[in-house]
Design a protein around this ligand. Structure first.
Ligand SMILES: Cc1cc2nc3c(=O)[nH]c(=O)nc-3n(C[C@H](O)[C@H](O)[C@H](O)COP(=O)(O)O)c2cc1C
Length: 218
């Protein structure tokens, strides 16, 4: 019964997001709602294998909004985010990536898949650089990424934050040019990481964390 109640709270929260309504900041957070959110954080795990099923557009919109809702230093929002489902574009980009030094080393581990594990959707997370950006643009994109990872997990989808593919793209002039021109990114957008997204074709166990790394001091 409690699980059912929790689910309704989660569904309500997602419905709010997808309708574009913002919950009031002062709204009391019920114990049930907190339990759902904490459970979502504690059960998220990186997923790297996906089925061929496309991700519903409504889910992608929710994931995009969750990313854009992240906090940023001085609310500068000095980021750019693209979620791409076009497999022709992703395959072309992957081709450029696999020609880089890092890509060549990775090719044989891909088992014929592209550099995005053939994920049906890939988020490209960029930091805006230059005069208007703050010194914290990378921190901002990290928070944006975690927001998306948690939203993806809450939607029953799987994902992995990946930095290595971003390095491959940044190491390839063709890949960088393709990204800017095909994804409509401004000149000052620097790719920091990607997030591969899809319906899980594996269910990895949650990894233990070293609890001694954090403590409460009273
Ligand atoms: C900064 C950063 C870079 C990462 N880069 C990669 C990557 O290039 N490829 C990959 O498969 N996973 C990458 N990961 C995912 C981590 O391997 C994963 O989060 C970690 O092993 C903990 O596992 P969990 O996400 O299942 O809890 C990265 C994670 C972070 C935070």
């Amino acid at each position: 019964m409690k699980i059912l109640r929790n689910l309704w709270v989660a569904v309500g929260a997602l419905a709010l997001v997808s309708c574009g309504q913002q919950p009031a900041a002062t709204e009391a957070v019920s114990v049930d709602k907190a339990a759902v959110v904490i459970e979502n954080i504690m059960t998220r795990v990186s997923v790297r294998q996906f089925t061929n099923e496309p991700v519903a557009k409504a889910d992608l919109e929710t994931i995009l909004k969750a990313g854009l809702q992240a906090p940023s230093a001085m609310n500068a929002q000095d980021w750019q985010l693209r979620i791409v489902t076009n497999q022709d574009m992703l395959n072309t980009l992957s081709g450029f990536m696999l020609q880089t030094e890092m890509g060549k080393g990775m090719a044989e581990r891909l088992n014929g898949k592209n550099a995005f594990a053939n994920a049906p959707a890939v988020a490209f997370v960029c930091a805006e650089t230059g005069e208007k950006a703050t010194a914290y643009n990378r921190e901002d994109t990290a928070l944006m990424s975690e927001n998306m990872l948690l939203a993806i997990h809450a939607l029953g989808l799987g994902a992995t934050y990946q930095a290595a593919p971003a390095r491959m793209i940044n190491d390839s002039a063709e890949a960088k040019e393709f990204l800017k021109s095909q994804f409509g990114l401004p000149e000052n957008a620097e790719l920091i990481n990607i997030i591969i997204i899809g319906h899980p074709a594996e269910s990895p166990a949650v990894k233990d964390r070293d609890q001694s790394k954090g403590r409460i001091i009273e």
